[in-house]
Design a binder for this molecule. Structure first.
Ligand SMILES: Cc1cn([C@H]2C[C@H](O)[C@@H](COP(=O)(O)OP(=O)(O)OP(=O)(O)O)O2)c(=O)[nH]c1=O
Length: 195
């Protein structure tokens, strides 16, 4: 019965919609959750990604009865520090200064709530390494503006790809949704995937 229920994507991110489409999943509706994304005191990046993904899914499931609700959250972390979503150039500059020439982690929280109320979630970790960047490279990147609204101030699917020397784990997780794990969560709760 639940196999034919609608899927609602609880996200304003067009990248998540594109990623789902890549594996043949087209949500019936997009209904972004508007929640407070401020980290709690001493919250780890992993716990933060999981908490926000579940809070987004819960907020939307409450107003979308009878549907599967999928939500996610992407967190870029330097050590235990959660990097902000870059909404201005100064924030993006600070993020880039931290990321260049070193390794960081990207945590993707995913949460799925089924029509019958069952809830499953995962956190997926990807390790990304950026090359050391010259002042000129950093200036050019910032001027291009491909940091706006992005966790950690970069988009691996955009210009920042030129900076990545190594990636260990799920690439789609960095873009915004770990596809393998998301497909498994959907299939596990009875939503048709690749059928
Ligand atoms: C690191 C990285 C992040 N991002 C984006 C994905 C997410 O949109 C954003 C992280 O913010 P999120 O809060 O996870 O997502 P969002 O605010 O865009 O949408 P919603 O909360 O409604 O689900 O950063 C990239 O597009 N590429 C990258 O390489």
């Amino acid at each position: 019965m639940t196999a034919s229920a609608d899927l609602v994507l609880a996200s304003a991110s067009p990248r998540r919609l594109d990623l789902l489409a890549q594996i043949g999943i087209v949500p019936a509706r997009v209904d972004p959750a508007d929640i407070d994304e401020t980290p709690l005191k001493d919250e780890t990046p992993r716990a933060h990604a999981l908490r926000l993904a579940c809070a987004k899914a819960r907020a939307v499931a409450d107003r979308q009865p009878g549907a599967f609700v999928l939500a996610a959250d992407t967190v870029v972390a330097c050590g235990t520090r959660i990097l902000p979503k870059a909404e201005d150039e100064q924030t993006a500059r600070r993020c880039l200064a931290r990321l260049q020439g070193r390794r960081h982690r990207v945590y993707g929280g995913v949460c799925l709530i089924a029509p019958d109320g069952r809830q499953v979630s995962r956190v997926v970790q990807t390790v990304v390494t950026f090359a050391p960047l010259s002042e000129q490279q950093q200036r050019a990147f910032l001027a291009a503006g491909d940091w706006h609204g992005k966790a950690g101030g970069y988009a691996i699917q955009g210009l920042a790809a030129a900076f990545v020397t190594n990636l260990n784990g799920s690439y789609s997780n960095v873009v915004g949704l770990p596809l393998h794990e998301t497909a498994n969560l959907l299939a596990g709760l009875g939503y048709p995937v690749l059928r």
